[in-house]
Design a protein around this ligand. Sequence first.
Ligand code: M6R
Length: 357
Amino acid sequence: EKGTYDHFMLKEIDEQPFVIRKIIQEYQDEQDNIKVDGNIRAAMLDADRIYIIAAGTSYNAGLVGKQVIENIAGTPVEVHIASEFSYNMPLLSKKPLFIFISQSGETADSRAVLVKTKSLGHPSITVTNVPGSTLSREADYTLHLYAGPEIAVASTKAYTAQIAVLTILAVDTATEKGIKLNFDPLQELGIVASVMESLTDQKERFAKLAKEFFTGMRNAFFIGRSTDYFVVQEASLKLKEISYIQAEGFAGGELKHGTIALIEDGTPVIAISTQENVNYSIRGNVQEVSARGANTCVVSMEGLEQESDNIVLPRVHPLLTPLVSVVPMQLLAYYAALHRDCDVDKPRNLAKSVTVE
Ligand code: M6R
C-alpha cells in the first residue's frame, strides 16, 4: 500500500512527523507526564552503565541515543556494533543493562549478543518496531517504536523513532532520579514533528540539490562535528546503500588526518552544522575542502546560518537536532538514487532484515 507514492521510502520519510506525534501520545499519561513501563524504569535506575547493541542505521541511532541518555539521565552509555561485540567484548560494569535497538527485531548479529549476555545473567531491553519479534521475545522488556511497518530496505522512520523513544526513556529516568530538566521534552518533540513536516514539504528543493551535487559522481563525503558527526554517518549510509555512490561520513576534525587527500575538483562534500560550539570549526573545514575544489553543500540551523548555506533548518532543541537534520539527508539520498534509476526500495545485494550472522 504505497498509495500515491512511487516508493515506500518516500512514503516512510513523509510519515516521520506522524510517528513522532504517535510516540508522544503513546508514552504520555492523562496528566501529560511521560509514562514508561515500571520494569523498564526500574532496570534503568538500577544500571550503572548501559550497553547499546545494534547494526546499521539502528547503530547510528544508538550513537545519538548515547548522547541523549548521558546528557539527560546522567547514566554512562557505550554503543557497540553487534557483529563486533563478541570479538571485542568490553569489560562490563558491575550492573550493566543491555539495550538492543532493532527495527525488525530479527537481526541475527544482535541476537547473538543477546543470547550471550542473557547467559551471563544481564538484564535487557529491546527497542523495536516489531513487538513479538525474536529480539523482543527474548529480551526481558520491550520498548515499542510505533512507527508502523517499514518496507523500504533503507531505514528512515525507524531511525527517528528510535531516537525519539530513547529520548523519552532518558527523560523518564532523569525524572525518577530527581534530575530537573530545563526544557519540556514532549513539547520539544512536538516542535520537531512540525519542523520535519516543513522539510518534507520542500521535496522539489531536495530533488534539485541532489541533482546538483550527485549527478555523475562516484563518491561523496559528509562532514560534521559533535552531534552532527553521528548524523553524517547515517547520511552516508543512506546515500551509499540506495544510490551506490561511495559515501563516507567523517568527523570534521579528522579531515586533515587523511581524508582531505581525497578531495578533487567537484567532489561533493555535505556539511551539517547544528551545534553552536562547533559551528566555527566545521565552517573552517568547509573552507578547507572548498579551497581544494570540493562542491560544498552546507546544512545549518537558524541562529547559526550564513547567507551562502544551502539549507537552513528551523531551530529545535540542540539535543534533538538529528531528528530534523537527517530528513534532508534521507531526501537527498532518495533523489540521488532516483536520478540514477536505482531500485530505491530494494537496493541490490541487501535484505530488509539480516537474519544471518
Ligand atoms: O532491523 P534492524 O534495525 O536490526 O536492522 C539493522 C540494519 O540491518 C539496518 O538498519 C540496515 O543498515 C538498513 N538497511 C539501513 O538503512
